[in-house]
Design a binder for this molecule. Structure first.
Ligand SMILES: *Cc1c(COP(=O)(O)O)cnc(C)c1O
Length: 430
């Protein structure tokens, strides 16, 4: 590995002009130690930094690059779109195609509105749920991330019946008090909170498979139970599938678990790497969105022609494929099994959670079912592991509380190299 001198120099310079040197906090490697690598380009399964080090990609821009980097059909679609101008601020045929395709792939979505990020999608979905129900409060789950909208940045661990406390300065207590937090995978606590706030809860928002506390699966019947509680109490159920949408199946996690939310938020994969988000769901609720309905939501660049071209090229390829999700699951299972064999051989305590092409290795011997158990992981050890994996040519997401995102570019041959790197890294930190 070349010494990362150029990355180092760029990071120093960046810190003079950009807060923390990065345009999104987790990129700064604070959770794993060391300095971030500055990226020059990526192709297929490989990403190359400014010092010409090449790594196998298990990170993929936090999920979007499910077909690997610089996918040809996406690149061609973007080039063609660029020639016709970058933006109109007026409707296009491509937006109709995109909406039709999303509705076809995700059956719970009858109408959909395009936005520019996952954050925008969740913020808009919550406003819509409030406008539709005429209620103020919402319930979220500890350890679930829904972007950086004010109402989502609420401390985990606040008492069940107590009011939320903001966990970022700048979020007002007025906003925070309308967000109730509950542990993931605990249906009883959820029911208690709903009962304690009768007829006041507009929405429950959840990552149906949580990815932002490390891959954490819903217990059997948990999502069904949540659906029933929402039906019984007139609450809008929002599945935040920004991460899981088009990753776990054509219909996301809801397709795997066979539970229909009222609204779904999408992002990441939907834009093929461009800044795109979307929210959609039941026609009756979506018709509350302006200009059809009274709930205002707008965007100068929403449905941008270049972004739509990238997204269409991404979703079309996924939709055309018969085998993408079984192939991805098989590749990821091979990685999981290889890691497990290494860990067992070395006698290291661990937990691995996997579904499809999302998998997390937690440095804890507790079962990880919620935020508290996820937090039992040894994050220092993860940091060492992360850096050793880099030294051995594998780029992981720079946090214990993330999942690997496997792309279709990972071949059997690469799985062997990844498992070998894991073995070397684990031996080093053992
Ligand atoms: C990434 C993510 C978001 C935020 O999306 P941005 O595009 O970063 O704003 C929201 N919800 C979930 C589940 C995510 O994984």
């Amino acid at each position: 590995m070349n010494s990362p001198v150029k990355s180092q120099r760029l990071f120093e310079e960046a810190q003079h002009f950009i807060p923390g040197g990065v345009n999104s906090p987790v990129r700064a490697f604070k959770a794993v130690g060391g300095n971030p690598l500055f990226i020059k380009f990526a192709k297929g399964a490989f990403i190359t930094d400014e010092d010409d080090n090449q790594y196998i990609e298990l990170f993929n821009s936090w999920g979007p690059m499910i077909l690997g980097h610089a996918n040809e059909r996406i690149a061609d679609a973007v080039k063609e779109a660029v020639e016709g101008s970058l933006s109109f601020g007026a409707p296009t045929a491509m937006e109709v195609e995109m909406a039709k395709l999303i509705c076809a792939m995700v059956p719970s979505i009858e109408k959909v509105r395009m936005v520019n990020s996952g954050t925008e999608a969740t913020m808009s979905a919550i406003r819509l749920a409030r406008g539709y129900t005429g209620r103020d409060k919402m319930i979220k789950f500890e350890g679930c991330y829904h972007g950086h909208g004010d109402s989502f940045l609420i401390a985990a661990g606040s008492g069940v019946m107590t009011l939320g406390e903001p966990n970022s300065p700048g979020v007002t207590r007025g906003v925070a008090k309308d967000t109730l937090t509950v542990p993931f995978n605990d249906l009883e606590r959820l029911e208690e909170v709903i009962n304690a706030n009768k007829d006041q809860v507009a929405a429950i928002i959840v990552e149906p498979v949580a990815g932002n506390m490390g891959c954490t699966l819903p217990a059997e019947g948990y999502l069904q139970g949540m659906r029933e509680l929402c039906d019984a109490n007139g609450i809008v159920l929002i599945f935040d599938e920004v991460m899981t949408g088009f990753r776990l199946s054509k219909a996301g996690a809801q397709g795997v678990y066979d539970v229909k939310p009222d609204l779904t938020t999408l992002g990441k994969i939907i834009g093929g790497g461009m800044p795109v988000g979307a929210y959609g769901g039941k026609k009756e609720i979506m018709d509350y969105v302006s200009p059809q309905g009274p709930v205002y939501q707008a965007g100068t660049l929403s449905g941008n022609p270049v972004a739509m071209a990238a997204g269409m090229a991404m979703l079309t390829q996924i939709n055309e494929s018969e085998s993408i999700y079984t192939d991805l699951a098989n590749t990821t299972e091979a990685i999981e099994k290889g890691f497990q064999a290494n860990l067992d051989e070395l006698g290291l305590g661990y937990t691995m959670n996997r579904i499809g092409s999302m998998v997390s290795l937690f440095f804890t011997d507790q079962k990880v079912i919620d935020f508290d158990t996820a937090k039992s992981s040894n994050t220092e050890k993860f940091g060492l592991y992360f850096r050793e994996m880099l030294n051995n040519g594998v780029y992981l997401p720079p946090s214990q509380f993330e999942t690997l995102f496997i792309s279709t570019s990972i071949t059997e041959d690469l799985v062997g190299r990844i498992v070998e790197a894991n073995r070397t890294a684990l031996k080093k930190i053992h």
